[in-house]
Structures are given as C-alpha cells and as structure tokens.
Design a protein. Structure first.
Ligand SMILES: [Zn+2]
Length: 264
C-alpha cells in the first residue's frame, strides 16, 4: 500500500513526514514487487494503445532482457496479466493481448448477480431487454458480411443441434454476439458479451422446455431476415418478440421449480 500525500499531510505537527513515510519503505516495496512494475508497464501500453488486442508479447527470455529482470519475474507478471484477463496464453503459439474490458465487466456483473440472487438474473434479463432490441436495430444498418455469415452459421448450428444443449447454447450465444458485433460499437459488444455469458443457466433451462429451442429458432430466423433486409424496425420488433418468448419460457421453468418468477 502506498502512502498518499493526504496521509503525510495528516501527520500531527512535530512528526516529520520523513519519519512517517520514509523513502526507504517505497524502495523496499518496489523491489519485492518487481513483477508488478512489469504489469504496470504493459497495462500502460495497452491503455495508450501501443499494445492492441491481438498483439503478441515477445517470448519470456526476450521480455526478461528488455526489462532487465529475471525470467521468473516475467513469468509472474504474465501470470498476473492473465488473471486480470489482459493477456491470453496459448501453448505453442505464445501470449497475446486480449480485450480486458469484457472480462472485467463480466466479473463485476457475475459478482453482482451472485450477491443479488434471486433477483440478479431478473435484473440481467431486464438489461438484455433494454439493450438487445436497439442492438438489433443498429446492426440492421451497420452489419458487415462476415457477421451476417456468422449469424447464418449460428442459425444452421441451432437447427442441427438436436438434443445437444451445449451445441445449441453455444450457437445461440454466437448469434447474439454476432449481432452485437454488427452494431459496430466495441463497448456494446463488451457489455453484451458479459451479460449473455452469464445467462447460460437460464438458456439451459429453456432448452429443456418442450418446444423452447424451436420457438427460439422462429425468432432467430425473423431477426436474421430483418437484418439481411437492413430493416431496423423489423429487427427491433423481432428481437423484442424473442426476448418475450425467452422470458415466458423462463417463467414456465421457474414456476415448475417453485422459485421466484421473472418479471421482465
Ligand atoms: Zn436467442
């Protein structure tokens, strides 16, 4: 922990700030937290845009040489960066900068939902209901061919998922995220990515409702058609209808389980 200027200023008269703070304390903390300085430097490079998502970090040995530290310190730094969600390490390929915002937002929301149970998931569903119709409307005018292709593939994957909940749910997430990508605003994408991932459990319950996946697909196809026609109003309406259906199916399962009903 650092001594803030207020702490030093708040030292009673007669005690010198030097005795209270002491520059030796700073040095001691810093030298024992070498890897934190590396983390800080890399974080700063990300904030300044020198390092961008997708960029590869140099190899461990090279980093150690550049920073003038041991490989152990570099390894510790990379571990800390991974825990913060700022880099991802792929064995054999190297370490890459990620878009840390998504993980940071997801962790905060995940915690909020857990603390706020059982209302947490109701609140999340409400956020979705506010965001997704507008996302669909914006995507209808801004979407690129690559994202449209992802949406089509996701719809096809859900059609052929059969009784496999994982295949269906993954494709469902892909569908909604491709749409958010199509809205062409990285903050919207990051927000939605954080939210839809948390609704996995709800999706699993809906998958088990008789006819649930089929009803979902009717709406997915309507949304896709509207976006393909670049019809923003139709896309917005189709997404609202989809979320109403999700809410209805979710209430059906909640009622069966005897837990609190959704009110979205
Ligand atoms: Zn869906």
């Amino acid at each position: 922990m650092r001594y803030s200027s207020q702490t030093i200023a708040g030292v009673p008269a007669g005690l010198s700030p030097r005795r209270a703070g002491g520059s030796a304390v700073y040095k001691l903390v810093r030298s024992s937290r070498l890897y934190e300085q590396i983390v800080q430097q890399i974080e700063e490079s990300i904030v300044k845009g020198v390092l961008k998502p997708g960029d590869q970090l140099p190899a461990e040995r090279e980093l150690a040489q550049r920073f003038g530290v041991s490989r152990t310190a570099v390894r510790e730094a990379v571990k800390a960066l991974r825990e913060k969600g700022l880099v991802e390490a792929y064995s054999g390929r190297g370490t890459f900068i990620t878009d840390g915002t998504t993980q940071a937002v997801r962790q905060s929301l995940d915690l909020m939902v857990k603390i706020g149970q059982p209302e947490g998931s109701t609140h999340l569903a409400e956020v979705r209901a506010i965001l997704e119709p507008e996302i669909a409307a914006r995507a209808a005018t801004r979407i690129q061919d690559a994202e449209l292709a992802t949406m089509r593939e996701a719809v096809a994957a859900m059609d052929s998922a059969g009784q496999d909940p994982d295949a269906y749910i993954e494709a469902d997430l892909d569908f909604h995220l491709a749409l958010a990508e199509g809205a062409d605003n990285p903050l919207i994408l990051s927000l939605l990515d954080s939210i839809v991932g948390l609704l996995r459990e709800q999706r699993l319950r809906i998958f088990k409702v008789p006819g649930g996946p089929e009803r979902g697909q009717v709406h997915h196809k309507r949304i896709l058609e509207a976006v393909e026609r670049h019809d923003a109003d139709a896309a917005r309406q189709a997404m609202r209808a989809h979320l109403d259906q999700v809410s209805d199916d979710s209430q059906a399962t909640s009622a069966k389980r005897g837990s609190k009903q959704q009110t979205t």
